[in-house]
Ligand binder design. Structure first.
Ligand SMILES: Cc1ncc(COP(=O)(O)O)c(C=O)c1O
Length: 400
């Protein structure tokens, strides 16, 4: 087994398999996983999901977000953040990001608030949170629901407080590239029981008998002919018991899974020292810790092109690195209006805004970003990648 999957994964999977999927034991693993997740992430409730997109859709529905409502999101992120808004039939409003931290900026959120704004989704991009202290304040002053998308951010802190506890709810993803994985999966945490009950019901087909702490309907209830099951509409967004077993084993080791990535980031930080004029690392403010889903820098394109830099890095022994996703509002689904009918919920004014020039900082950064792997589990792998980066920087520095 690799470092990444060397805990109780197999043991817990066998426990589920040996239960024969009897419905009486059908939520044993999810219950354990949810209880432990709530404890580790300092929250009252944790509700498991099939993925970290469904989480956000359900949270918005539970917060009452719907047609005509605007939800402020960053454009420099994986598009699921925006998908959740569209899935709730609401309007995504894109706020610009900060050039140093790459995160959605509090000022831009503020300037995008209108009487229709109902919620803000922040993304803790690449493992670092935005200025959640300021953003929480803005949301409180304007009566907005704050959802943290922490798919890429596990155990980071701001002034010693866990990221995930600033929002009214926070979302996590267990997709295969994330700090904690079960292949696919996700989790929502929150403190408010009423909100947690609603989220559970939306996750579980609107069933009457489920609640924040009860993921399943009781057999006595469900067997009766007069039982009314669906007190609201909902989706089936439940996490299966098999991925829950894997996620539980991973959660038991979350400290070391995060630490390995932070160690890799230290190596990259050392490698880039003195060459920040070529590749400027994402700035981690002194009040924040960064859990480094990836180690990320912005290339100075006047010095070297993205393609040339990547080619040289690979030549010198580096593993392929990623660029940032295209900005969400420049994806064909927006530019070609292929929003599966959601266009009808968005005003023409807002539809007209989804084009180049909307978020200048994000557009400036997107072309420059290089995302280096931190899922390097041994010291030698980490040092090897950092040495390749150092050699690449030295090469382009001497080229000038
Ligand atoms: C920032 C961000 N939000 C949301 C998601 C969506 O999570 P999932 O793939 O579990 O739906 C991801 C990654 O996959 C992500 O990186």
């Amino acid at each position: 087994m690799s470092f990444r999957v060397n805990g109780n994964e197999e043991k817990y999977l066998l426990e589920v398999l040996s239960s024969d999927f009897r419905s009486s034991s059908g939520s044993r693993m999810t219950k354990k996983l949810e209880a432990k997740f709530a404890e580790v992430f300092d929250s009252n409730f944790a509700i498991s999901f099939s993925n970290g997109t469904a989480t956000m859709h359900a949270a918005l529905e539970a917060a009452g977000v719907g047609p005509g409502d605007e939800v402020i999101v960053p454009p420099l992120t994986m598009s699921s953040t925006t998908f959740a808004v569209l899935q709730a039939n609401a309007t995504p409003i894109f706020a610009d990001v900060d050039r140093a931290t790459f995160q959605i900026s509090a000022e831009s959120i503020k300037s995008n608030i209108t009487p229709r704004t109902k919620a803000v989704i922040t993304v803790s991009l690449y493992g670092l949170a935005p200025n959640l202290v300021e953003i929480r304040k803005i949301c409180d002053e304007n009566g907005l629901f704050l959802l943290e998308d922490n798919a890429e951010c596990y155990l980071s802190e701001i002034d010693g407080r866990k990221v995930g506890t600033f929002g009214d709810a926070a979302s996590y993803s267990f997709q295969s590239s994330k700090h904690l994985t079960s292949g696919e999966g996700g989790m929502i945490i929150c403190d408010d029981e009423n909100l947690a009950d609603k989220i559970r019901r939306i996750q579980s087909l609107g069933y009457a008998g489920v609640s924040a702490s009860a993921p399943k309907i009781s057999k006595n209830d469900i067997q009766h002919p007069d039982y009314s099951r669906h007190v609201s509409m909902g989706w089936n967004y439940r996490l299966g018991e098999l991925p829950a077993a894997v996620a539980l084993a991973q959660l038991e080791r979350i400290d070391e899974l995060v630490s390995a990535r932070v160690e890799a980031a230290k190596e990259y930080n050392n490698a880039v020292e003195g060459f920040e004029h070529i590749l400027t690392p994402q700035f981690t403010p002194p009040s924040h810790t960064n859990s480094y889903w990836t180690w990320t820098g912005a290339l100075n394109l006047e010095t070297v092109t993205w393609e040339d830099f990547r080619r040289k890095f690979l030549e010198l022994g580096g593993s392929p690195f990623y660029a940032a996703w295209k900005l969400t509002y420049l994806e064909p689904m927006f530019t070609e209006r292929t929003l599966l009918g959601r266009e009808k919920f968005i005003s023409n004014d807002n539809l007209g805004r989804y084009s180049r020039g909307l978020c200048p900082n994000a557009e400036w950064l997107q072309k420059r970003i290089c995302q280096f792997k931190t899922n390097l589990w041994s010291p030698s792998e980490r040092q090897g990648q950092a040495e390749a980066l150092r050699a690449t920087l030295e090469f382009f520095n001497s080229e000038k």
